[in-house]
Each structure stands twice: as C-alpha cells, then as structure tokens.
Design a protein around this ligand. Structure first.
Ligand SMILES: Nc1ncnc2c1ncn2[C@@H]1O[C@H](COP(=O)(O)OP(=O)(O)OP(=O)(O)O)[C@@H](O)[C@H]1O
Length: 602
C-alpha cells in the first residue's frame, strides 16, 4: 500500500470517529424545543408583567375621577398580586429550563473534551501546557455555557419585554410619537454597553496583569532578599519595585476613568428618558391628549425597560467573548491524534513475537536533526535486551517508537514480522508493558495504583507484583498497607518507593513484552540487584527490554545495545562488549570502580 493511500485510509478512520465540527450546533439541534418552550414561558411571563403599569394607570384614573371604592382597591390589589405571581412563575420556569440546558451543555462538553483529550497523542501534550488544557476545560466551556444560558435568558426576556411593553403602550392609547421620543435614549444603552464594555474588559485585564507582575516581582525579591543585601543593591531593587507599583496606578486610573463614565452615563440615559416622558407626556396630559393614568403608565414602562436594555448590551458582550471560546473548543475538538490505526488493523500474538528495527531514523520535528539514526536491532522472542547510552542518546525515544507513542517511519519497526503501523493499537499497547522512569501515581490507594490495568485483580497478585518490585516490605509497614491512599501525585512516598510502585504496576500486567525504561534509577544498587533478579525469574521466556544507565542492570541480558547520539555504536552480550574494549568496556571499568552513574557523566 503506498503512502498516500494509507494516509487516505487513516484519514477516513479519523473522520468516522464521530467528531463533530461544531459542538454547539449539534447540541442546539437536540435541545431547540427546550429553548422554544422556555421562550414561550418568558412570553407569558411578560404578558403578565406589562399589565402592571397599565393597571396602576387605571387605578390613577379612578382615583382622579373620585370613583375609587374599597371594593375596587381590593380588586386592584388582587389583580396586581395575580400579575406578580404570574410573572414570577412563568419567568422562573423559562429561566430554569434555559439554565438547565446550559448545565447540560457544560456536562456533555466536558465529558466530550475529556474523551477527546485521552485520544490525543503525546505530541499534543508536549505542545500544550496543563494550564492551557485546564483553561479549555474550565474557562472556555463556562464562557460558552454562559452565552447559551444566561445570555439567551436575558436576551429573550429583554426583547420580549420591549416588544410587549411598546405594544401595550400603543394598545392603551399612548401616542406613538410620545413612545418613540421617550424610548430613544433607552435604545442608546445597548449601544454604549457594547462599545464601552470591551474597553472596560481590556483595561481590567491589564490591571490584573499588572497586579500579577507586582506579585511576581515581590515574590522574587523576597526570595532573593539575602542576595540583594549581600550585593548592597537595595536602592536599585526599591526603584524597580516602585516602577511596578507606578504601572499599576496608571492602569487602574485608566480603568476608573472609563468605568466611572460608564456607570454615570447609563442611569443618565434612563433619567433622560424619564425627563422626556415627564416633559412631553406632562404637556400632552395638560392639553388633554393623554390621560393621567396613561401618563403614570408611561413613566412606569420607561422604568421597566431600563434594566433589560442594559442587559441586552451585556448579552452582546458575553456572546462576543464566548465566540472566541467556542472557536478554541471547536478547534481543539477537530484535532485528531496523529497516531491512527488502519481501518482493518492486523492482530498478532505478541507471546512469542520477535522485535525488529530496520534502519530506523527518527526526528521529533521535520526540520530537527534526527534523534535516532540508522538503528537496526533484532530481538528474538523471549530475549532480555539491555539498552544503554549517555543521557539524551535516544533510548526513551526508541521505546516510544516501539509503543507507537510517536509514529516510526513505515517499514522500520516490526513485531512478529508485522509493521507496527499496521497492528491494532490495542494489540500493541496491551501486549507491551511500559514502566517509565518517572511513573505518575494517582491520588488513590496503593492497591489501585498497582492494579491500574485491572482494578479487579486479586490482592495476592498485587502483593506478588509488589514483592517482585521490592516494595512489598515498605508497604506492609504503612498502617493501612495496600489500602494506603497516596497524596497528590503520590507525594507521601519517597522517590525510590514511587518508582518501585510504578514498577509493580508494570510487572502485574505480565505482558508478553515488558519495557523498563530506567525504572530502577532511584533505588540503591543492592535493591536494584534484587529487583533485576526477581524480574529475571518472573519473566523467564518473555521478552524484556531494560533501559539503564547502570550497566549492572543489564549485564545479564542476552543482548546489549549501546547507543550514542542516536546511533548504535556497539551491540552484543556483556562478555562480547567487554572483549571488544570500546565505550562499554570503558564505562564498565569506571562503574566497577565505584561511580555507578559514570555513563551519564561521559
Ligand atoms: N518530545 C520531544 N520533542 C523534541 N525533542 C525531544 C523530545 N523528547 C526527547 N527529545 C530529544 O531527543 C533526544 C533523545 O532523548 P531521549 O529522551 O530519547 O534520550 P535518553 O537516551 O532516553 O535520555 P535519558 O537517559 O536522559 O533519559 C534528546 O536530545 C531530547 O532533547
């Protein structure tokens, strides 16, 4: 199969993996009827609401005409109560439905994101910091949720209220020209909010940044206070800090200027509307064109519209902000793992499979120098293979290619005679156990950490793996033994204990192929020998690859490969390599003399 065909088939596999181009579109398609119902409830709520000024207007007219009786006062009061209750109930229902939809979006999207994150390759993680990923998870999802719940609620409510109030004013006979004249200043509110809102946001972000810088500077200067004093540079430090504080003052003043303007102008526009209503409406009332009741109703409608119109402005700002978040989320969800399997991947039994690397060349990025160059190794089934070499010589990279954490070039890495790019990923990854140098432990019990591959594994198996990894004794000294909970990232354990727990987690899988990638570097030489001996016994007949700096960890191996700057400089058994007298023999001599980490110091 040529490369482009393979690419197309792999691409097809990506496209059928169910990733939607826009999370929001597909979500809204499923919940539009809830939105429709919620908007209907808002409509009913405002039908009640807009009667409020009208009823008060009628009350005023009756009062003026001297027709008000105790019976009528009671009727008016009950009517107002009914309006209030109707508004609250339907408004509450509408709000509840839309908020619920928002939370559902948050839940679905976070689950979707998490599933997506787990499907992405290591390259993605090395290019994105944890902080950035958390920000997708928290801030971006929340921003979109706010715009499809709070913003939709406010916008629907405000628009319906505006239309209902204007219709009601016309219906009760308030002249349209008076309505237009009074409402126009209010319509400027959303315009001002959308213009000034982003400026306020930008300036307050700058204030936050400046405050962040000040905290950083203060932290650094407190930390380095002894150095500062020894070098007698207190004056320079004081000046530097004063500059940072001055910067904050500037940013804060800029923010205060614009937010003061904003906070003053919005009520002013409301007042302006009322002034027009009062002056023009008052004049029309005096000359008999407008009833006193309608005059009262008009002023109440103006008051009623002020808040919703301000909210429309906020809604526009929220939507603008969330558009950027939505784009980021869609962009992230459209990313596919570069490690893909064929539509019909091959399956091989890894139990007695050979591993072969043929002229393997690999660079992490196109323009970078290769990290592995012309690497060819043949590992027969059941062999123990040692990989040694200076730090940065490409040992871990070689293992990552074998696991397809990164893709090796086609036809360079074979297991059981099959190119690993054609193998099923599950077949490959369940068949190979991998124990990294810095094994991450989860904040759960030791038992669950060790039985990570299958939490139902019996305790005896967990104990036996712990014994092989030489961590059993330490665990039995803990009060809760295997039920001991680890703190965040397993901080209650020492470095060596952590490494051995992670080793037990790898050993328990009893995988046909096991890779120990510098997995015993944090233990002393005696414990290392014990671990290697028990691994040797437990893995008789199974392929084990041991990456190490200390040659004592690989001496017994059937094949030892020496890497240097990505190239194989020698391979053979311990005896053969000693006899050859090259880099291996030199390092062995140094390490025997007492410096066990001499390889990395070369
Ligand atoms: N994700 C990556 N992106 C770019 N370069 C990388 C990446 N990972 C490793 N490298 C580079 O590849 C080279 C080989 O690294 P690798 O981790 O394979 O070496 P190593 O022999 O396992 O080292 P050590 O003994 O210190 O663990 C190094 O120069 C390293 O900087």
């Amino acid at each position: 199969m040529n490369e482009s065909m393979r690419g197309k088939r792999e691409q097809k596999a990506k496209d059928t993996s169910g990733k939607s181009p826009s999370i929001l579109k597909s979500f809204v398609r499923n919940v539009w009827h809830v939105y429709a119902l919620a908007i209907f409830f808002h409509l009913i709520a405002h039908m009640f609401n807009v009667n409020f000024p009208n009823v008060l207007g009628k009350f005023t007219d009756q009062l003026k005409d001297g027709q008000l009786t105790g019976q009528l006062v009671l009727q008016f009061s009950l009517l107002l109560l009914l309006i209030g209750v109707g508004h609250v109930v339907f408004n509450g229902l509408g709000m509840y439905l839309i908020m619920k939809v928002g939370r559902k979006f948050e839940f679905i999207t976070r689950s979707h994101l998490f599933r997506h994150f787990t499907s992405l390759s290591e390259r993605f993680y090395s290019n994105h910091s944890v902080g950035k990923l958390l920000s997708y998870f928290m801030n971006d999802v929340t921003a979109v949720r706010e715009s499809i719940s709070i913003a939709v609620n406010q916008a629907a409510s405000a628009i319906i209220l505006l239309i209902a109030a204007v219709s009601m004013m016309l219906a009760i006979g308030i002249p349209y020209y008076l309505i237009i004249a009074s409402v126009v200043p209010l319509l400027l509110i959303p315009l001002i909010v959308t213009t000034v809102g982003p400026i306020i946001k930008q300036r307050s972000r700058k204030v936050q940044e400046a405050l962040g810088e000040m905290t950083e500077t203060a932290e650094e200067q407190f930390g380095g206070i002894r150095v500062t004093k020894k070098f007698a540079v207190e004056t320079i430090m004081n000046e530097r800090f004063a500059q940072t504080v001055e910067q904050i003052k500037e940013q804060q003043l800029r923010l205060v200027r614009v937010s003061s303007f904003f906070q003053a102008v919005i009520p002013f526009l409301g007042t302006l509307s009322l002034v027009i209503a009062l002056a023009y409406g008052g004049y029309l009332t005096m000359n008999g064109t407008l009833s006193l009741g309608n005059f009262v109703a008009l002023t109440l409608y103006i008051r009623m519209l002020m808040n919703p119109l301000q909210q429309i402005g906020n809604v526009i700002n929220t939507i603008q902000r969330s558009r950027a978040s939505l784009e980021r989320l869609n962009d992230l969800l459209s990313k596919t793992s570069e490690i893909e399997q064929l539509e019909e991947p091959k399956q091989v039994s890894l139990d007695h499979a050979s591993i072969e690397m043929k002229n393997l060349q690999f660079a992490y990025r196109k323009k970078m120098a290769p990290v592995l160059d012309n690497v060819s190794i043949t590992m027969k089934p059941g062999m123990t293979v040692g990989i040694v070499g200076k730090t940065g010589s490409g040992k871990t990279t070689l293992m990552k290619l074998l696991l397809r954490t990164y893709d090796p070039p086609p036809r360079t890495v074979f297991i059981g005679g099959v190119d690993i790019r054609e193998l099923s990923l599950e077949n490959l990854r369940t068949g190979i156990g991998y124990v990294p140098q810095d094994g991450f432990l989860f904040s759960t019990t030791l038992r669950e950490n060790i039985a990570f591959s299958d939490r139902k594994l019996p305790l005896e198996k967990v104990e036996s793996a712990a014994q092989q990894a030489q961590i059993y004794k330490s665990i039995t000294t803990f009060p809760k033994q295997f039920d001991t909970r680890l703190g965040e990232r397993g901080l209650t354990l020492s470095g060596g204990q952590r490494q051995r727990t992670s080793l037990a987690r790898g050993l328990i899988t009893d995988a046909p192929i096991l890779i120990l990638d510098d997995s015993v570097s944090a233990v002393d030489a005696v414990t290392e020998t014990k671990i290697i001996d028990s691994v040797k016994r437990a893995r008789k007949g199974k392929t084990t690859i041991i990456v190490a700096h200390r040659l004592s960890a690989v001496e017994h191996a059937d094949l030892i490969v020496v890497l240097d700057e990505g190239k194989i400089v020698a391979q053979g058994t311990h005896e053969q390599l000693l006899a050859a007298g090259g880099q291996y023999a030199r390092i062995y001599a140094i390490q025997k003399e007492g410096d066990p980490d001499a390889l990395s110091a070369q």
